[in-house]
Design a protein around this ligand. Sequence first.
Ligand code: NOJ
Ligand code: CA
Length: 563
Amino acid sequence: MIDDLWYKNGVFYCLSIGTYMDANGDGIGDFKGLLRRLDYLHGLGVTAIWLMPFQPSPGKDDGYDISDYYGVDPRYGTLGDFVEFTHGCQQRGIRVIVDLVVNHTSDAHPWFRDARSSPDSQHRDWYVWADKKPASASKGMVFPGVQKSTWTHDKEAKAWFFHRFYDFQPDLNTSNPYVQAEILKIMGFWIQLGVSGFRMDAVPFVISTKGAKVRTPVEQYDMLRSLREFLQWRQGNAIILAEANVLPETDMEYFGKDGDRMHMMFNFHVNQNLFYAMASADSRPLAKALKATKPRPASAQWGLFLRNHDELDLGRLSKAQRAVVFKNFGPDKNMQLYDRGIRRRLAPMLGGDRRRLELAYSLMCTLPGTPVIRYGDEIGMGDNLDLPERNCARTPMQWSTEPHAGFTESDKPCSPVIDEGPYGYEHINVAKQRRDPNSMLNWTERIIRMRKEVPEIGWGDFRVIATRDPAILAIRYDWRNNSVLFVHNLDEKPREASFSVGLAGDEGKHLINLLSEDHSEANDRGKHALMLEAYGYRWYRVGGLDYLLKRTDIDGVNANHPE
Ligand code: NOJ
Ligand code: CA
């Protein structure tokens, strides 16, 4: 495998333009403002930005309700500004992927307006209709507790329409060939404007069969191949990163047995088990999740994340496991959402404990995949539980101690900045942390740099190393005649870890610490004994620092001969 598939070994950063610079229509901020923030992201070292929806939208679901796929919301600027932005990224070697939200449109989209106007309208069949209320109307809601139904009656259309999400987000009839052609056209458009791919929203629902008569929706996986085929023809190195919270046994359906479907998927399975591991200090279910999600084509990659802009969805854990995570990270009802998740930001979930934050980040950076950082987590931003639903973790970026955290000069920012308590902008902001060598921001910057120096994680084969202590997770990666090893202590108490690296010969004897001077030598029986402090983590190179000289040009010729 040629090792220039850029997404296999990068550091992604997710942001929404509206929370980076205030899009309040005063002409300051928007894409022009974002362009000015690029040097910050360049300094942080991220290799790709995932830009959340910025197209014209009534904004009832933070832009995931699009009313024009070929434009920029005027609050954020113009298409001209957008191209200046992608160009600015390119200049700095940063790639951009944008959201592709095509499971549904906004009900304000001209297609839906036309569709509802008459049964004979050109766009009628672009949506999913029923004459009578379907029996399944009270099933399959994505936002239980908030969303009442998946079918809503439309007076103008004199019919019911299907919406997997909120009632202002009518589902597109994605089986309609005209809709399919339009989706390709949307991709082609943004590719032409300088993006390197898409974060595809709600993929299982996009490819699902939809309709009043559909009892059990079936995924039409072939659609994924058509999307990829088109993209690869238009731009060979563009990718799709799929949002698909699915069970491990269907992973290969999404990646494609021959690697001919999605390039990347978010690893929701590992995400949930990772939070369970941190809450319980038991690494075993996480190790199991890593093994379950191991099979994937060589060209495919996982997106590894801690928190995103939605709730932390714990729906796939057992009831008992979920209860443990709730108890530790979101005990109040107000912190929980949709009967399955936690809506807080990472830092408050971990009690603002720097040791736990570093542990969490160290895990995200060293588990198999490409890390995806949520904006603001690099400075340990907090949340505002007074804001409804998921909005509590979508507050503006805290840039400085200036009014409104330097987010806007206006008196009325479109979204309130956190201005009180320990996470208020006067305490937590970029400018302050930039000046402090020991800040979270500077730690994150260093860990990103180190992550980029360890391509073994993105490219290599991994195995979980037995330590006999459930609180310890040890993983080794092998790639092109080199190995690296990562050890994490999930417990609040110090732990002694004893293990053998599992490589034949003398190779596993020396472990060179990449983050401190604390190296390790194996004893006579080839075992390492480490004393890990509470929440401690270690990044080691196996052998010496001659790894660049030892690295082979092709895979599968490890002189180490893993057992
Ligand atoms: C998933 C997105 O992450 C979420 O924010 C959104 O509400 C739904 N898809 C609907 O587009
Ligand atoms: Ca503004």
